[in-house]
Design a protein around this ligand. Structure first.
Ligand code: C2E
Ligand code: MG
Ligand code: MG
Length: 751
């Protein structure tokens, strides 16, 4: 090291970085500046030497400084704002100026250093930028340079003074910047501490939550954050972006991938999937994804949350089950069954030619048992019934309790739904042959069923169920175990409502009319009688057939006046024919409900008397079911009618369940074989066998046998061969209005 070096080192000894370091942001004090700027005792002495000259010469700088401040709009704005906030601008400027002019005094003063740092802090608070301060010092230095230039000092002194001023001015700026910086660092430090506190609290909170959180930078495929419990789960490497994909149930993996893609496309997304995390048993989890987008709307990060929802799922399942299961029988309820029906219809629509059968099933005696034995027994009975039904209905066919004592069976698409439902119905009916053992009692239960088939009987769930119920009610009315829906004979509930208000009016306005259809002796072709068939000349719908009128009238309790009207009209007509020289017995249909009316026999007697017709010219047609409803009462009514000479015909014979052994005890005269056996009697061996046995047995028991629905000559011939007595049907004549019938009577019968 040279002597000059040593001198230099002595002169500019490196200051220690103690005490004042804490005032300034960088830890640099006036000493540091003195050292770096080579501010020597000589500089301080030089300033002291020319202080008075400089101080007196600087008086005019005030104006330059003011102009500088207010000529710069940004500085002026800050000053006005300072004023608006209650500050005194002139005082502020005066202080600044005084401080600046004090430069010549402050060479080594500790006080100035502290003030400068404090000024930096205040400037920062007031929005005064360091560059503006530097600008002010530049002007001041310019001013001083000029002042020194004009002072008449010799060149070396001028240079000495200029250098000292420059060093001190720059040191001022440096120290003031330390104030700016220190304050900023202090604020930033507080912010950092605050944020760190917040972060620690958030981290603590997230660690305590059952959910797992993580964030992913999707462009770099980098994990940005993973909550503590998640880190614990994956102490080793965590897969990115989705840490669990290999633990997700295979079937749910595609769903998670689409959900992820949805989030990548910028949408919030969530999915539920089964996972077995870290070897734990499989649970249901919900993954929620929240993307962060950049200014161009592209997803940059995805924030993810995973929560265990196993409990929620099982509660949801329980709720679903509760809302879709009948709590008493544990069978599906109406809601679920309708859903099944909906699915079956959708499946059937995809299979050309397939049909779906809907069976409505009602327990006939349930109300009676429930009312007499109590609710508890009623409930037990329903449970047992459900159990028995379950044992015969295949699992693929849906069985449900639709409400009260009504059950439903839905058969899956089949090419022949009718045959399929007949098979099921037979099994169901058979399984009810054995009585139920409830409350130590043997309870006999029987059912009535109604069937509708998609697509023939309805195209949606509601109409199919309504139509199956309609068929079931018809079966009940007719005392039959089951019936298929028949669009011709089954009146829809809407139609029922419509007709209900119109039937009384139809009677009052004479809208009802009787058509007559002849019955002809098969051997002689001579007329043996005429059946009176009801027609309604509806004002807007044209002719309405009896099968649409009678069920509604029965339900509305309006059948009696109709039966009365039919009886009177038919007997008057019979009288008319006899007055015209033709004695033709007339047959009148009496429905089940009318037949049960205790006044029926009396009314018939009155009508016969009123028309002046002898009883043997009237035949009453009733169905087997009507008879079987209450055999004892039927017997009494028929006996009474027999006293007037009225004959009795069993209509639609063969469709019901009466046995001939019962019938033979009753005063019945005629069996009318149902047209379903007659239609194909010329071709169908089975029909031939049935018809033959009815004729033979009927004859043995002394009945007259009439075949209904004879539509062609081949049936006529076959019936003749089989020994049937009389025939009725379109081959002979359609039912005709009274005037056409009279005309028909006048023509020879050609068969
Ligand atoms: P029903 O007593 O068995 O009457 C025979 C039905 O078969 C009549 O239908 C008749 O038009 C129809 N028919 C007759 N010949 C043929 C044939 O060759 N082929 C076919 N396909 N059909 C034939 P309608 O008049 O529609 O009466 C239907 C049912 O309504 C009757 O069946 C009867 O049970 C009931 N009904 C008719 N009038 C009355 C009435 O005044 N009171 C009551 N309670 N029921 C009535
Ligand atoms: Mg009839
Ligand atoms: Mg009939």
């Amino acid at each position: 090291m040279t002597a000059t070096d040593k001198d230099r080192r002595k002169k500019h000894r490196k200051p220690s970085t103690d005490a004042s370091g804490q005032l300034s942001g960088s830890g640099c004090s006036a000493k540091d500046y003195n050292y770096v700027f080579h501010i020597t005792d000589d500089d301080i002495e030089c300033l002291a030497q020319y202080r008075d000259m400089l101080a007196s010469g600087s008086a005019t700088f005030a104006e330059i400084f003011y102009n500088y401040l207010f000529d710069n709009p940004d500085i002026a704005d800050v000053l006005y704002a300072y004023e608006r906030n209650g500050g005194e601008v002139s005082e502020l400027i005066r202080n600044e100026l005084t401080f600046m002019l004090d430069l010549f005094n402050a060479g080594g003063l500790k006080g100035r250093e502290l003030q400068l740092v404090e000024m930096g802090r205040q400037h920062l608070e007031r929005g005064i930028k360091p560059v503006w301060v530097a600008g002010g010092y530049r002007l001041f230095l310019d001013f001083l340079r000029e002042l020194v230039g004009k002072s008449g000092l010799q060149r070396p002194d001028r240079a000495r003074l200029g250098s000292a001023l420059l060093k001190l001015a720059i040191r001022d700026l440096g120290l003031m910047t330390e104030g700016y910086w220190g304050t900023l660092l202090e604020t930033a430090g507080k912010e950092v501490a605050h944020i760190a506190g917040q972060y620690a609290r958030a981290e603590q909170l997230l660690a305590g939550l059952p959910q797992l959180f993580w964030s992913v930078d999707i462009r770099k495929n980098e994990l940005l954050y993973a909550s503590y419990p998640l880190q614990k789960l994956f102490c080793d490497a965590m897969e990115v972006p989705y840490p669990f994909l290999h633990q997700v149930h295979r079937e749910d993996q595609p769903l998670l991938l689409t959900t992820w893609q949805h989030a990548v496309n910028g949408h919030d997304a969530s999915a539920e999937a089964r996972m077995s995390l870290a070897g734990a048993p499989e649970h249901w989890y919900r993954l929620s994804l929240y993307p962060s987008l950049n200014q161009r709307g592209r997803t940059t990060e995805i924030h993810c949350m995973l929560e265990d929802i196993d409990k929620i799922i099982s509660e949801r399942k329980q709720l679903e089950q509760l809302s879709t299961t009948d709590s008493l029988t544990k069978l599906p309820n109406r809601t679920l069954w309708m859903d099944h029906l909906n699915l079956a219809l959708a499946a059937s629509r995809r299979i050309p030619g397939s049909q779906v059968a809907v069976i409505s099933l009602d327990i006939n005696q349930f109300k009676m048992y429930n009312d007499t034995l109590g609710r508890e027994v009623g409930d037990a009975l329903l449970r047992d019934i459900a159990e028995r039904l379950r044992s015969v209905v295949r699992e693929s066919d849906s069985l449900a309790r639709l409400g009260g004592d009504q059950f439903g069976i839905l058969l899956q698409p089949d090419n022949d739904a009718r045959a399929a439902s007949e098979r099921v119905i037979t099994q169901v009916l058979d399984c009810f042959d054995i009585p139920f053992n409830c409350a130590d009692k043997q309870l006999c239960v029987n059912l009535t069923l109604g069937v509708s088939c998609f697509p023939d009987h309805g195209t949606n769930e509601e109409s199919l169920l309504v139509n199956a119920e309609t068929a079931m009610y018809r079966a009940k009315r007719n005392g039959l175990p089951y019936q298929f829906y028949n669009p011709v004979s089954d009146v829809s509930p809407a139609e029922q409502l419509r007709y209900s208000g119109q039937i009384q009016g139809a009677l009052d306005n004479n809208e009802f009319e009787l058509y007559y259809q002849p019955q002809v002796d098969l051997r002689t072709s001579r007329i043996t009688g005429a059946e009176a068939l009801l027609r309604w000349q509806h004002p807007t719908e044209g002719i309405v057939l009896p099968q649409r009128i009678i069920p509604v009238a029965e339900q509305l309790g309006m059948i009696s006046p109709i039966t009365d009207w039919v009886l009177i009209t038919a007997l008057q007509q019979c009288k008319q024919w006899s007055c015209n020289g033709q004695t033709i017995p007339v047959a009148v249909n009496v429905s089940a409900r009318s037949f049960q009316n205790p006044g029926l026999a009396g009314k018939i007697e009155e009508a016969l008397q009123a028309a002046g017709v002898s009883g043997e010219y009237l035949e009453i047609e009733i169905t087997e079911a009507t008879l079987m409803m209450d055999l004892e009462r039927a017997w009494k009514v028929l006996e009474r009618l027999g006293e007037f000479g009225v004959t009795i015909a069993i209509d639609d014979f063969g469709t019901g369940y009466s046995s001939l052994s019962y019938l033979k005890k009753l005063p019945v005269h005629t069996l009318k074989i149902d047209q379903s056996f007659i239609m194909d009697v010329a071709f169908d061996n089975q029909d031939i066998a049935i018809v033959r046995s009815i004729i033979d047995l009927g004859h043995n028991l002394g009945y007259k046998i009439v075949a209904e629905g004879v539509e062609h000559s081949m049936a006529w011939k076959m019936l003749n061969n089989l020994g049937c007595d009389a025939a009725q049907g379109f081959h002979i004549s359609q039912p005709l209005p009274e005037d056409s019938f009279s005309e028909w009577l006048s023509r020879p019968v050609l068969l």
